[in-house]
Ligand binder design. Structure first.
Ligand SMILES: Cc1cc2nc3c(=O)[nH]c(=O)nc-3n(C[C@H](O)[C@H](O)[C@H](O)COP(=O)(O)OP(=O)(O)OC[C@H]3O[C@@H](n4cnc5c(N)ncnc54)[C@H](O)[C@@H]3O)c2cc1C
Length: 367
């Protein structure tokens, strides 16, 4: 089996903070290189602090803006210490590391969904290269005998360039995955792509009969109750998340409490007798104890067996909770991202939890 494209060779796969700090202090960043950016980092930290004082949602907005800024990607990714911190959330840069991480999760009683990182490609060649990497991932999952599905983004397959290109690429991946009895989850991106993403999902699911494709719903969007209603009628395979993108208040709840309430409401809609009878299989994807507890309460109350749904969490986040859920007899799937295009994914994780940002900045200064 040949491997398309260059693969990284990073070996470390440890997840805990201590190991990240250890790796950071072993960093090979040269002093001049480090000093040339201290000012930038200090400015960012200072700005972050000011914004933080003015409210966490400002800080989240700043980080989500930076996740899309090319100049910020240049600054952050050229430093080995940045990777040392990012590797807390990313399994590695190569498919070998991803498969190794999945194997370790499987050994701890967890399932996985592997994600070759990448989004918003700017040429058809890049989109096709991403498709080939994902096809290779499918082969490696099958050949390695590990228990994992695949997650991907349509913008990674060319959606913003040409819808048909993305459809062709997704179709090729679904065909290959079906041969090996693997499922493919289409991640949900910013709100402007939700209609197209659901249309493409339906075209391949019903128009072309691929029963191994699933979608994601973001509870932060006003439209999601309606989307969930329709997906319940269709008996869909759905991952429910709160939503990781910066959205205007015209389309998304400004208050976290409303997003949380919608998450609980939509979980209950998709765990209802009607939904399960129609074939809905729900993945409750969150690290939030309140959401997890609400799901467990509802399942207990309605005597829903633990194998009728699953919890999903991100690699490296709340490992304590991941293990506790397994110990409680739940089906737990970990989202395992890998690849060299880790910057936007990493920034979204920082935006979700300010404590991660301070950890990141302090590691720069330890370099
Ligand atoms: C498996 C999976 C797949 C996802 N797929 C998508 C997708 O396709 N599209 C999309 O828009 N979003 C996706 N997301 C991200 C999601 O939308 C949220 O941004 C993210 O999960 C944070 O929300 P939360 O539910 O964990 O709750 P929050 O309210 O954000 O957090 C609750 C608590 O969880 C912990 N926590 C949350 N995030 C972090 C973190 N980064 N680091 C450390 N602790 C943390 C903290 O203790 C926090 O207090 C996915 C999330 C998961 C788990």
């Amino acid at each position: 089996m040949t491997m398309p494209g260059a693969e990284g060779i990073r070996l470390s796969n440890r997840l805990d903070e201590e190991s990240v700090m250890e790796k950071t202090s072993e960093s090979t960043a040269s002093r001049p290189q480090f000093l040339s950016t201290v000012a930038t980092v200090a400015a960012a930290a200072g700005a972050g602090y000011l914004v933080y004082r003015n409210g966490e949602s400002w800080l989240r907005s700043l980080l989500l803006y930076l996740s899309r800024a090319g100049w910020a990607r240049q600054v952050v990714t050229k430093f080995p210490p940045a990777w040392a911190v990012a590797s807390r959330f990313v399994a590695g840069e190569s498919v070998d590391e991803a498969i190794q991480a999945v194997r370790q999760l499987n050994a701890r009683g967890m399932l996985a969904t592997a994600d070759y990182l990448g989004e918003s490609v700017t040429s058809a060649a890049e989109a096709n290269a991403a498709r080939d990497q994902i096809l290779y991932l499918v082969e490696r999952i099958h050949a390695g005998g590990v228990d994992a599905n695949v997650s991907l983004k349509l913008s990674q397959l060319g959606l913003k360039l040409d819808e048909n290109l993305a459809i062709d690429n997704l179709r090729a991946i679904l065909q290959q995955a079906k041969r090996h009895n693997l499922r493919v989850r289409v991640d949900m991106e910013e709100s402007a792509l939700v209609d197209t993403t659901l249309d493409i999902y339906r075209r391949l699911r019903f128009g072309e009969g691929f029963d191994n494709v699933g979608v994601v719903i973001q509870s932060c969007l006003y439209r999601s109750d309606e989307d969930v209603r329709r997906l319940v009628e269709e008996g869909a395979w759905v991952r429910l998340v709160k939503g990781a993108y910066k959205e205007p208040h015209t389309v998304a709840y400004p208050a976290k409490a409303d997003t949380d309430a919608a998450f609980v409401r939509q979980t209950e809609m998709m765990l209802s007798d009607e939904a399960r009878t129609r074939g809905v299989y729900l993945a409750v994807a969150t690290h939030d104890d309140a959401m997890i507890d609400a799901t467990q309460r509802f399942a207990r109350l309605h005597e829903i067996p633990p194998d009728a749904y699953e919890f999903q969490l991100l690699y490296g986040i709340r490992r304590d909770r991941q293990e506790q859920l397994v110990a409680q007899g739940h089906r737990v799937r970990i989202y395992v991202p890998y690849g060299t295009a880790w910057y936007p994914y990493f920034m979204r994780r920082l935006a979700e939890r300010p404590a991660n940002l301070w950890f990141f900045v302090s590691n720069f200064f330890r370099a």
